[in-house]
Design a protein around this ligand. Sequence first.
Ligand SMILES: O=P(O)(O)O[C@H]1O[C@H](CO)[C@@H](O)[C@H]1O
Ligand SMILES: O=c1cc[nH]c(=O)[nH]1
Length: 237
Amino acid sequence: MGTPHNEAAKGEIARVVLMPGDPLRARHIAQTYLQDIQPFNTIRGMLGFTGTYKGVPVSVMGSGMGIPSIGIYSYELFTTYDVDVIIRIGSCGAYAPERHVFDVVLADSAYSESTYALTMSGDENMIQFPAMDVNACILDQALALGIRVDPIRFHSSDVFYNGIEQPKADAIALGCQIVEMESFGLFHNANVCGKKAACLCTVSDSFVYEDEIATPQQREQNFDAMMRLALESAIAL
Ligand SMILES: O=P(O)(O)O[C@H]1O[C@H](CO)[C@@H](O)[C@H]1O
Ligand SMILES: O=c1cc[nH]c(=O)[nH]1
């Protein structure tokens, strides 16, 4: 029996799930890196696959864009499917001049102006945290693979097209170096459900350097360092 948004049967999803926003990035990861792939979801086009990586079961599923969307899918994965760990693997925009396109970054915390946590559980904290042992595992794997990954604060924004500058200015004042749109909701859900989450992102564009911008196809298929790091971490957890 599934949920309104996920037709997988219990047991068809691995205990560790990698979640890109883009369901086609999920399909690319499954087809490129996993063996013995079994598709488990097509509802609303939010593709999900379970396969094996170096012999260990791993699932990968799109989350959609924004906190409300990852809020639904991650909650169902944690509560209906007994998933233990979700690692989001996203794209992000750089606020800080030291962050360049295709750099990989790891959230050590996520600030958001979103009311998601308050509405969902009464949690008034505007900063949510990942599971520090999952972060430690990711950093260990990054060292072993020779991939540079800096743990930094993320701005998890409710808005992609800003009409006003204040939310971005507030986030930068609070130390956020990049912006994406889901980690705050994912970390909150993991904490509420007694589960674990982390978020890796690859920089896809920059607010500092206008010429640094990844194409839509690169965002779907060219984040190899982050994908390998997430997979190695998934099987090490
Ligand atoms: O590439 P994904 O994982 O979707 O992540 C980023 O890209 C989307 C916006 O283009 C938002 O979902 C943001 O968080
Ligand atoms: O959420 C996002 C993702 C990539 N680039 C941005 O500017 N924002």
